[in-house]
Design a protein around this ligand. Structure first.
Ligand code: BGC
Length: 830
């Protein structure tokens, strides 16, 4: 039910201070209420592959969907709409009427820390997927927030970096996903990016926030800042930033009142901002949210999530027809650290406490009969930080996990009082949204538990903190991370590097583990371009020290003895996270050497990789016969993967990104970090396949690539003015889904400006039984032949002949037709 307040009367009657209070958050996740006018507070929640709720640690468990690149690999608009409906339901259960997603930035480089969150290197594709996802979310009356508007494509110095980008690239590549998503789904909110674009922070950029978003695109909705991404009072108000998040406000306090009384900001501007906030509140209030944060996790959600995970899996190579695997086998070798350590989600604000996770190991053995002998070898570790301590950890009163006790005083104070105590499932905590009335900004916490050693040997323990901390095992100091701190990557870039200590443990014995932590004001790590957050954070990791040479040899021997071998390796949220970019595309530690050894020992090995963005496969890719890429698949990671490996799902995922051979081949290679405060988008519109094709650079796996267990034939292409019709027939041995990709190629020589060889301008996905044929129609919209003309400051569909290219990837075109634009058309708007 809409709350009973009338927007214009609030604007008439509220005091200036009341109005200003509405223009910033109340706390970390909620907008400010005004009881006098019956204006409720609206809860927001991340985004973009689930709904975390209001707690960054010890949160209410949630559904976790595949990461952005995984969802995009389905190439399935209808499925994305259903995924959005699930997100909408999860929002309702978590009491959130506003969802902070989807992320629709562009993967300029394989190294972007948040690349996994966004959909694709192709802007048209991203925009279409976003539109469907948002329509699903908003069908539950939850407001979706597209983010991060715009050019937030790297993490390095993300709040300070100035993205230098031409108007054409800005329009055709970086703004286009937002433009299409807005046209297709009218999202209720837009979140501004942290960075600058061409000299101005987006949250202070009138051209981006008003001229383009509101005037040119005629979008009506709420513009909110990214968390701590409001940097001024006057400039942000005047540029069009409606809501500062999170609260309590830094900029919209007494100082805002001064800005109004000195007329640096007019009453009218304040009223416009208030109107947008109130319209948002009214719209969001229609969502039938739960009053408490609750769990759902119904069988039908699990089924949908499993389909999303399975349909996201991309079979890259199946040269020896090893896939699909038979379930009826005597023995199988399973190798690699990602089999049991489930990489289900990237890091940062996308991460959440999942209802459950199915590891690849579990998913695979569930497919096999009881009589199949399963042999496992880890081969080599792939963690960046020691895995978080959780297995074998119990609280002092015997519950799984650890106990965290909060104090206002440091450990040196005798008889200090515990002010709060919580149990946590694993030794990891982020306190930005944790508050307690008896705690100021500087406070202390003790994390303790009893660890049952799973083996005898030297164990490494590691601690990483934002704040400071010392680790004790059986009351003996093992790690000091208080006085001398080295900067690291965790906790949105605010954390220290991991400090490691070694302890001899005996299998079956229990050890007391205790971290003495002090909150963020005690941090000695200074980093430019990174936002501080309250409370601080910490994690304790541990692993048995192993001799990797020996383990690689064991893994290779196992592979040589087993005809059926699966190796599953890759990255995880340690490597791909908000807060930092990757240094290179390499797989961690000795993983590449492990892969080479295993593939050499058994070339029929099924190589499964996991990551949200491209990784270096060169050292071994030429030797593999069978390769599968599996992203971060959410709760159902292992089931989705196993469904494809064993053929219960006919492989139907297709890459939403090109996988280059080397990072140095990538068009952003020379321009991907903040240098001198800026990053030059020197590749211009030539992002991803647009570049690789233009300069004829070979990639390892092209955009759109992915195999099926059946074959499809495309025929009878018929191009009309506004649509393309063709026939698709399943000519192989089983039912399956196929993706039809439509690219438009402009005449590079006849055009007034430089054009890519081809650009994706439409796609469809069909399900066909064996021998079935279906007619497929793909509409052509105004973007099909358009480029953005910087002199006219308008879109132009230039008169001339274009190729219509129907492909199975950007590099595998199977049908060609002609399209003629008879008259040049110039346009602007949505
Ligand atoms: C991220 C946003 C997120 C917000 C709230 C920021 O650090 O950039 O994507 O929605 O935090 O968690």
């Amino acid at each position: 039910m809409s709350p009973a307040f009338e927007i214009e009367s609030v604007i008439q009657e509220a005091t200036i201070n009341e109005k200003i209070s509405l223009l910033a958050g109340k706390d970390f996740w909620h907008t400010h209420p005004l009881e006098r006018f019956n204006i409720p507070s609206i809860r927001t929640s991340d985004g973009p592959n689930g709904v975390r709720g209001t707690k960054f640690f010890g949160g209410v468990p949630a559904a976790c969907l595949p990461c952005g690149t995984g969802l995009a690999s389905t190439w399935d608009l209808e499925l994305l709409r259903k995924a959005g409906m699930l997100i909408g339901e999860e929002c309702l259960a978590k009491g959130a009427a506003c969802w902070l997603g989807p992320t629709i930035n562009i993967q300029r480089s394989p190294l972007g820390g948040r690349g996994f969150e966004s959909f694709s290197e192709d802007p048209y594709f991203s925009g279409k997927l976003a539109g469907s996802y948002i329509n699903g979310v908003q069908s539950k009356d939850v407001v979706a927030t597209v983010k991060h508007y715009v050019a937030n494509d790297q993490e390095h110095e993300r709040v300070a970096v100035d993205a230098k980008v031409t108007e054409r690239a800005l329009r055709e590549i970086y703004l286009l996903p937002f433009q299409i998503a807005i046209a297709d789904s009218a999202p209720g909110a837009v979140m501004t990016a942290y960075n600058k674009v061409n000299g101005t922070h987006v949250s202070e950029d009138k051209r981006l926030l008003q001229d383009i978003l509101r005037n040119e695109w005629r979008w009506k909705g709420l513009v909110m800042s990214d968390w701590f991404g409001t940097y001024s009072t006057t400039e942000a108000f005047n540029a069009g930033l409606d809501l500062e998040m999170p609260g309590p406000s830094r900029w919209r306090t007494g100082i805002a009142n001064l800005a109004v009384s000195s007329r640096k900001v007019t009453d009218e501007t304040i009223n416009d901002r208030v109107r947008n906030v109130l319209e948002f509140v009214q719209r969001a209030s229609k969502a039938k949210i739960s009053l408490t944060e609750t769990v759902r996790d119904f069988p039908e959600d699990r089924k949908l999530n499993r389909q999303l995970a399975g349909d996201s899996v991309v079979v890259l190579k199946n040269n020896a027809s090893v896939l699909p695997l038979s379930k009826d086998i005597k023995q199988i070798a399973l190798i690699g650290s990602n089999l049991k350590n489930v990489a289900f989600c990237g890091g940062g604000s996308a991460s959440l406490e999942p209802y459950y996770t199915i590891s690849p190991y579990q998913g695979i053995i569930d497919k096999l009969g009881k009589d199949t002998a399963v042999h496992y070898e880890i081969g080599a570790y792939s963690h960046a930080l020691l895995p978080i301590l959780s297995d074998g950890l119990t609280t002092p009163d015997g519950r799984p996990g650890a106990l965290i006790s909060f104090f206002a005083d440091p450990p040196s104070v005798c008889n200090r009082q515990v002010v709060d105590q919580l149990s946590i499932r694993e030794a990891f905590f982020q306190l930005m949204d944790y508050r307690h009335p008896q705690l100021e900004t500087l406070y202390y916490a003790t994390v303790e538990g009893f660890f049952l050693a799973p083996a005898t040997g030297i164990f490494q323990f590691g601690i990483t903190v934002y704040g400071s901390g010392n680790l004790f095992i059986d009351n003996k100091l093992v790690i000091e991370n208080t006085e001398t701190q080295r900067p690291g990557t965790s906790f949105f870039g605010k954390g220290t590097a991991e400090e490691i200590g070694e302890v001899d443990l005996v299998e079956g014995k229990t050890y007391h583990v205790r971290l003495e932590f002090a909150s963020s004001p005690t941090s000695k790590v200074l980093k430019p371009g990174v936002v501080a957050f309250p409370g601080g954070a910490g994690r304790i990791g541990t692993a048995l020290k192993i001799n990797e040479e020996e383990h690689i040899r064991r893994a290779a021997r196992l592979a040589s003895e087993n005809e059926h071998t699966i190796i599953c390796v890759g990255l995880s949220k340690d490597w791909e996270s908000e807060g930092f970019d990757r240094q290179d595309m390499d797989l961690p530690g000795n993983v590449s050497r492990l892969l080479s050894a295993v593939v050499e020992a058994n070339p029929r090995t099924v190589v499964v990789t996991q990551s949200g963005t491209p990784i270096n496969m060169l050292p071994w890719a030429d030797k593999t016969t069978t390769q599968v890429h599996a992203w971060y698949g959410g709760n159902e990671t292992g089931n989705g993967l196993a469904d494809v490996l064993f053929g219960d799902v006919n492989a139907n995922g297709r890459l939403p990104l090109s996988f280059p051979r080397r990072n140095a081949d990538n068009p952003a290679f020379l321009n991907f970090r903040s240098e001198g405060g800026r990053v030059v988008y020197g590749e211009d519109i030539y992002v991803g396949y647009r570049y690789y094709e233009k300069v004829e650079r070979e990639v390892l796996f092209p955009f759109g690539h992915g195999l099926s267990y059946t074959t499809f034939e495309f025929s009878d292409l018929h191009v009309e003015k506004t649509r393309v019709v063709l026939k698709v027939t399943n000519t192989g041995g089983c039912a399956g889904r196929e993706v039809i990709q439509l690219y438009i190629g402009a005449d590079e020589h006849a055009s007034r400006i430089s054009r890519p060889k081809k650009e994706l301008k439409g796609f469809a996905k069909v399900f066909l039984e064996m021998n079935e044929m279906q007619e497929v129609i793909i509409q052509l919209d105004r973007f099909a032949t358009a480029y953005y003309d910087e002199i006219l400051a308008k879109w132009v569909n230039e008169k001339g002949k274009y190729k219509v290219l129907i492909g199975k990837s950007s590099a595998n075109i199977v049908l060609e037709g002609d399209l003629e634009v008879e008259e040049t058309v110039v346009w602007s708007g949505l």
